[in-house]
Design a protein around this ligand. Structure first.
Ligand SMILES: NC(=O)c1ccc[n+]([C@@H]2O[C@H](COP(=O)([O-])OP(=O)(O)OC[C@H]3O[C@@H](n4cnc5c(N)ncnc54)[C@H](OP(=O)(O)O)[C@@H]3O)[C@@H](O)[C@H]2O)c1
Length: 233
């Protein structure tokens, strides 16, 4: 399978890319900014049967997706079977203290970048392709909310809504769109969101679920927002 994953330099995305690489013969295109993290991932996956390709790219540059990012991807693969919109950015701050650039950055990385990447890669997707967008319990309708996470959670809710809309718009093409609203997982982001708390899952444990879901979930789900959480937070 040809897999594109964003936010693969650390945390959950790193472990998802690693798990794909060690389970089968895939081409995994891993996108993030931090080259140290990406190089580390490439090194760890070098002895697998899969091919792991790293692309150092700032997802905030949505104006460069078609001109710079797409050629880098289409040089490697002619078709994308799985896209995982995993990259995320969280600033934990009271709503009234957030600056406009901070609000824009969270909106761009968490929502606009995912929408733009889907738009950019749709021409490479065929019947049976699966787009998995990684949202958060904070953006899941009716879930418990937390002060300091208003914009982050709202951008994640937007990603969930986009999933439902695209599943409808592309149902004739046979491309499935699903959204996983993750719960607490022990990563840098979790420590920023909930200082002093401990998460019940390690990144690799959450990654195991995401990889299985990305491979098989489109057979059973389309346009669904699934809570993946056993605790609050
Ligand atoms: N951990 C949790 O408890 C939890 C709960 C709910 C949802 N989630 C969601 O799960 C996903 C993964 O989270 P995580 O906990 O693994 O977070 P993390 O450890 O903070 O990792 C975030 C990843 O996103 C990438 N990223 C951020 N800004 C980027 C940019 N401008 N361009 C390219 N890549 C960028 C980072 O790479 P670079 O910095 O190298 O660019 C990094 O690889 C996120 O969407 C998050 O919202 C996590």
């Amino acid at each position: 399978m040809n897999i594109v994953i964003t936010g693969a330099s650390r945390g959950i995305g790193f472990e998802v890319a690693r798990k794909f690489a060690s389970n089968g013969k895939h081409t995994i295109i891993s996108i993030a900014r931090n080259t140290n993290g990406l190089n580390n991932l490439k090194e760890l996956c070098s002895k697998t049967e899969s091919q792991l390709v790293t692309i150092a790219f700032d997802l905030k540059h949505t104006d460069k997706y078609k001109t710079e990012l797409l050629p880098l991807i289409s040089n490697q693969v002619k078709q994308v079977d799985i896209l995982i919109n995993n990259a995320g950015y969280l600033i934990n701050k009271p709503f009234g203290k957030l600056t406009i650039p901070e609000i824009e950055d969270m909106t761009t990385v968490n929502f606009i970048s995912a929408a733009t990447l889907i738009q950019t890669l749709l021409p490479l997707m065929a019947k049976g392709s699966h787009v998995v967008s990684i949202s958060s319990m904070g953006g899941f309708q009716g879930s418990q909310k937390f002060p300091g996470l208003s914009i982050y959670s709202s951008t994640k809710a937007a990603l969930a809504s986009l999933t439902e809309c695209l599943a409808e718009e592309y149902k004739e093409n046979g491309i499935a769109f699903n959204c996983l609203a993750l719960g607490a997982t022990n990563t840098e982001m979790f420590r920023e969101a909930f200082p002093g708390f401990s998460a019940p899952l390690k990144a690799e444990e959450m990654a195991n679920f995401i990889v299985d879901f990305a491979l098989k979930g489109n057979k059973y789900f389309n346009g669904k927002i699934l809570p993946v959480s056993s605790t609050t937070p």
